[in-house]
Design a binder for this molecule. Sequence first.
Ligand code: AMP
Length: 549
Amino acid sequence: MAKKYKGPAIGIDLGTTYSCAAVWQGQNNRAEIIHNDQGNRITPSFVAFTTDLRLIGDAAKNQASRNPGNTIFDAKRLIGRKYSDSVIQDDIQLWPFKVVAGTDDNPQIIVQYMGEEKRLCAEEISSIVLTKMREIAEKFLESPIKNAVITVPAYFNDSQRKATKDAGAIAGLNVMRIINEPTAAALAYGLQKRKSNVEKRNVFIFDLGGGTFDVSILKLKGDSFEVKATSGDTHLGGEDFDNRMVSYLVKEFKRKNTVDISGNPKALRKLRNAAEKAKRTLSFDLEAIIDIDALYQGIDFALSVSRAKFEQLNMDLFEKCLEIVKSCFSDAKMDKSSIDDVVLVGGSSRIPKVQQLLHEFFEGKELCSSINPDEAVAYGAAVQAALLSEDVNNVPKLELQDVTPLSLGKAVVGDVMTVVIPRNTSIPVKITKEFFTIEDNQSAAEIKVYEGERMIASENNLLGLFNLPIRRAPRGLTVQVCFTIDADGILNVSAEEESSGNKKDITITNENGRLSCEEIERMIKEAEHFKSEDMKHMEKVRAMNALNI
Ligand code: AMP
């Protein structure tokens, strides 16, 4: 039985481009999506820094083209990744803000705030967005909130999950559980279906958001929600479609005006806003007009983009989505014909070409769009939050069984990956495997833990390593290595050499690159400082307004 927490609890969908919060309302027997101070049900995951204040959400996004170097978005693309990661290197070319390598190759974002240079990590930016979501919910519920369930892409790896938990801690939240976005969406969908008394369904969740893509196959039966397989790409979504469009627009501008604007952050921000708007239009119309006054050096830019052009620019990415769909079916050892419902989630699932490819793949099956693609994940997170709370009434009865997205294992001699927990194993799980020393009189056994699907261990993602001191003995001494994945999908590894009776357990708790407890403490203090600066500013604005009356 899962631990229960006291006090109100919310669900937060921390998205790449937009975030959404929801809370279970027992009296209404449903989750309520919480609107922000602008009356919007989703809040841009944007944070901006100016000479005298910090802006979050709509306020930050609205001023982005005036202050591009200090308006940060896409933190979710950075979280839990190394600076040298090729996907980060590609993104840096397009971001108008500055990212540099910090200690341990961790990316650091540089901003100018109150006349000073500040360096922030992705966890801190995400924590600022989370704080905003928490404040929105506190206003709505008229009570302080500490407990939250935060969603992550199903395909997030161990460091990305841990980094998201750290972001929650910096925001002063007690992260009760990290759950997978498609699973959360399935909860929302399943509860809705349950109302129509449907007993048993195989559901395929297609979740294409702003920065990530996830697919999951679930079996819903009575109260049980069982994930059969999940697959995805943590770097594929609406932002990539926007990037393609921005590159195209830069080329067109150059062709028409012989001026290259690719190095100009202000012009790029304006183009990006226009590209995203046009992309949305193209989900409903066959043509979108880009019209930007004085884009660069007083030159106006007007262009008509057709849906066909947009599709051509992104076709390889759409096809990549379909490849991932296919791999999920082969992992689940299920046939597409066994799926009862194909559920669309994530803003980018509205793109007609994506829907068409999916419709064809499922041989003409009607795609289900009865749940709101922008809100379903937060809805499901709120349900999970209610399930983990002591003080919430009328909570739906259900059992959730998720899976781990990536194989986990240990390197053995010859840099070979030995899988201990194969991908798509149900979690929580604990598996112990025996390994043997390969040399006589070894004084220690090296345990190198990897995550990934490659057979060459070092081609996978190194999660951590440690040396276990052992009794000197002829080779072949047994070492027990135990892998445990908790309900958040987070891994712990321990090892012991029993024969000497001298047991020693070592657990990887803080793998290379993750924030230390001291760093988190420091960031919590800094976040409080940020908040008090914001409050001071708000007081000043209020006083000025009062004087003007
Ligand atoms: P999400 O992460 O689920 O909030 O999805 C946000 C992404 O969906 C952003 O990249 C949006 O540009 C994209 N999006 C939202 N509405 C549409 C639409 N009508 N057509 C295409 N993309 C959209």
